[in-house]
Design a binder for this molecule. Structure first.
Ligand SMILES: NC(=O)c1ccc[n+]([C@@H]2O[C@H](COP(=O)([O-])OP(=O)(O)OC[C@H]3O[C@@H](n4cnc5c(N)ncnc54)[C@H](OP(=O)(O)O)[C@@H]3O)[C@@H](O)[C@H]2O)c1
Length: 313
């Protein structure tokens, strides 16, 4: 089958032919129709999870998928051949199956769920990682009690969902972005947009203008070092909370959390229902053929994501 894979950590992702995987006991095989890009995909190709999980090469990239069940392994079974499903492929060894391939085998008890009728598969494919991250940041961290929330990197996948979900529960979201994205962020529910590209003094002035004592909560999707994270945490009021998704240690003196996604099938069901009922919008920026995935990964690494990129497989 066709897949986008790396031959070793750090190698350039390429279109390759690999054997079609067969479902093991307890697994279903899914014929993938769409995969969505997450930064985790190129990070996995770089080897960021090398010490945590076994990998195999060629390492087929990709985590989020949607498609139809085409074969069922032995053992207990909750799905039927032909079911439209979406979810994440993360079972070890990483690379045996990846969403950037024509077929994935996934354990039935992993984060996979039925696509509700009427929900297009490419929309479902764009939900799992970014949607679950946004929902769990709001439900499982102290960010949930905040009345004002500063989101740094709000234009990307996680930020676009987080802005909507937080605004829907009455939180005033200030979107910190690079560039002129006010209209886009307002449409997603932000009450204000500030530009991080104009420098930290201008950013601080813009936020202090809105909230002189600081915001209740910060979600930083961008900073990869403590100094940058610290500059944003200075905009949080005393007693507020800061969250990073980038594993950055925070400076002392503030409440903070290093967020780790723990996705579940139940959460996927909730997200899909919210989209199907029109409460949540999935901002698909680009839909590309699988062959374009290597270039799209290079582009995502460089920045500039505006919502989600989806590949047709
Ligand atoms: N810990 C976890 O469990 C977990 C879960 C999900 C995601 N993550 C991580 O969280 C990060 C965000 O994920 P994502 O899916 O939202 O990525 P994404 O879709 O690539 O979006 C990142 C966004 O950040 C913006 N950005 C970059 N630098 C910025 C800056 N200095 N100021 C303002 N905006 C900036 C980018 O746009 P511009 O470049 O145009 O500014 C882009 O819109 C990734 O590193 C991902 O790996 C971690």
């Amino acid at each position: 089958m066709r897949a986008i894979a790396v031959s070793t950590f750090g190698a350039e992702p390429c279109l390759v032919e690999v054997p079609k995987p067969g479902p093991a006991t307890g697994e279903v095989r899914v014929k993938v129709e769409y995969a969505a890009l997450n930064p985790l995909d190129w990070q996995t190709g770089d080897g960021v999870r090398d010490e945590a999980v076994p990998h195999v090469f060629p390492l087929v990239l990709g985590t989020d998928f949607a498609g139809r069940v085409d074969m069922i392994g032995s053992g207990d079974n909750t799905f039927r051949v032909g079911d439209p499903v979406f979810g994440r492929v993360t079972a070890p060894p990483l690379g045996r199956c990846g969403a950037y391939g024509e077929y994935v085998c996934v354990p039935q008890d992993s984060p996979i769920a039925l696509v509700p009728s009427g929900l297009p598969l490419q929309v479902a494919a764009a939900l799992p990682t970014a949607g679950s991250t946004a929902a769990q940041i709001l439900s499982s961290t102290a960010v949930r009690s905040g009345l004002t929330l500063l989101v740094v990197g709000a234009t990307g996948g996680v930020g676009s969902f987080l802005t909507q979900l937080a605004a829907a529960r009455g939180t005033a979201v200030v979107a910190a972005v690079r560039g002129d994205e006010g209209r886009r962020m307002r449409a997603l529910g932000a009450i204000a947009t500030v530009d991080t590209a104009s420098g930290s003094a201008a950013l601080e002035a813009a936020v202090r203008d809105l909230y002189p004592d600081g915001v209740d909560a910060l979600v930083d999707l961008v900073s990869t070092d403590t100094a940058s994270f610290a500059a944003y945490t200075a905009l949080v009021r005393d007693g507020g909370v800061a969250v990073t998704t980038r594993g950055v240690a925070a400076p002392g003196g503030i409440a903070w959390a290093d967020f780790r996604l723990a996705p579940t099938a139940a959460l996927l069901d909730e997200l899909a229902s919210a989209v199907a009922s029109g409460e949540l919008t999935v901002p698909i920026d680009m839909e590309l053929p699988l062959e374009k995935a290597p270039q799209a990964l290079v582009q995502n690494r460089a920045g500039g994501a505006r919502g989600k990129t989806v590949f047709t497989i």
